[in-house]
Design a protein around this ligand. Structure first.
Ligand code: NAP
Length: 229
């Protein structure tokens, strides 16, 4: 099947779809024929993404939705509104919502640690669980759920104790979900991007970003140092 029709008749849900990587994922999924639910904490930015998408191949259209992935109630409402509009749960789900609140470990506020874990890790859990439950409940649960971890979850990064812990957690969550959900035909994968220039990384001043190439892995390594450091 041609790449442009590969996802025809698929319904995809993308959290964090109002910006950066999530927005690019929405564009790619729509360009391959999927109907996309763009969900973001900002309804306005979700609508902006929808406005830029090509039409889906089945003519079901796309949908913009506001969601706070860290709230179980908000995630539940999102799944209900998706199923009310499309009469099916999403069979593709990409969890791209995420935040950073960087600081040195020695200075990091407990509140900032909790917030990053709440959005990045618990948010991924809540969305993954809600989508998997909806797929299993509909009786034809084939699907693909993608979480967005980070290379920082593997190797750590100065100033990102909270963020790197959350992303290591996302990877463990996804590995477990893959083992539990494979029997339902639901694939779970975690992608670990390196540095990608988006509004998230734009918040970090140029002067504190340094990149270099690892001699042994031939992969980019990078450090983001908070401005206060
Ligand atoms: P981004 O441009 O900031 O996009 C993230 C989106 O998620 C934003 O629209 C953000 O809204 C939204 N969001 C924040 N909290 C939310 C919540 N509670 N509920 C729903 N949506 C929420 O960042 P990005 O760089 O594209 O990052 C996307 C994902 O990739 C994140 O999980 C990030 O950790 C991961 N990642 C990024 C990089 C990179 O280098 N860019 C590398 C590795 C992994 P606000 O803008 O209002 O916060």
């Amino acid at each position: 099947m041609a790449a442009s029709t590969r996802l025809m008749s698929r319904l995809a849900l993308v959290t964090g779809g109002g910006s950066g990587i999530g927005r690019a994922v929405c564009q790619r999924l729509a360009s391959e024929g999927a109907s996309v639910v763009v969900a973001d904490i900002s309804h306005e930015s979700a609508m902006e993404t929808v406005g830029r998408l090509p039409g889906d191949l089945r003519g079901q259209g796309h949908m913009a939705a506001a969601v706070d992935v860290s709230s179980k109630e908000s995630v539940k409402k999102l799944l209900t509104s998706v199923q009310t509009r499309f009469f099916q749960p999403p069979s593709v789900c990409v969890n791209a919502a995420g935040i950073t609140q960087d600081d040195f470990l020695l200075n990091m506020e407990e509140e900032h640690f909790d917030k990053v874990l709440l959005v990045n890790l618990k948010g991924s859990f809540l969305v993954l669980q809600a989508v998997a439950q909806a797929l299993v409940a509909c009786g034809a649960p084939k699907g693909s759920i993608v979480t967005v971890g980070s290379i920082v979850g593997k190797v750590g990064n100065i100033g990102q104790a909270n963020y790197s812990a959350s992303k290591a957690g996302v990877e463990g969550l996804t590995r477990t979900a893959a083992k539990e959900l494979s029997r339902f035909g639901i694939r779970c994968n975690c992608v670990l991007p390196g540095f990608i220039s988006t509004p998230m990384t734009d918040k970090v001043p140029e002067r504190v970003i340094s990149k270099w190439w690892s001699s042994d892995h031939n992969e980019p390594k990078w450090h983001l140092l908070p401005e206060s450091m």
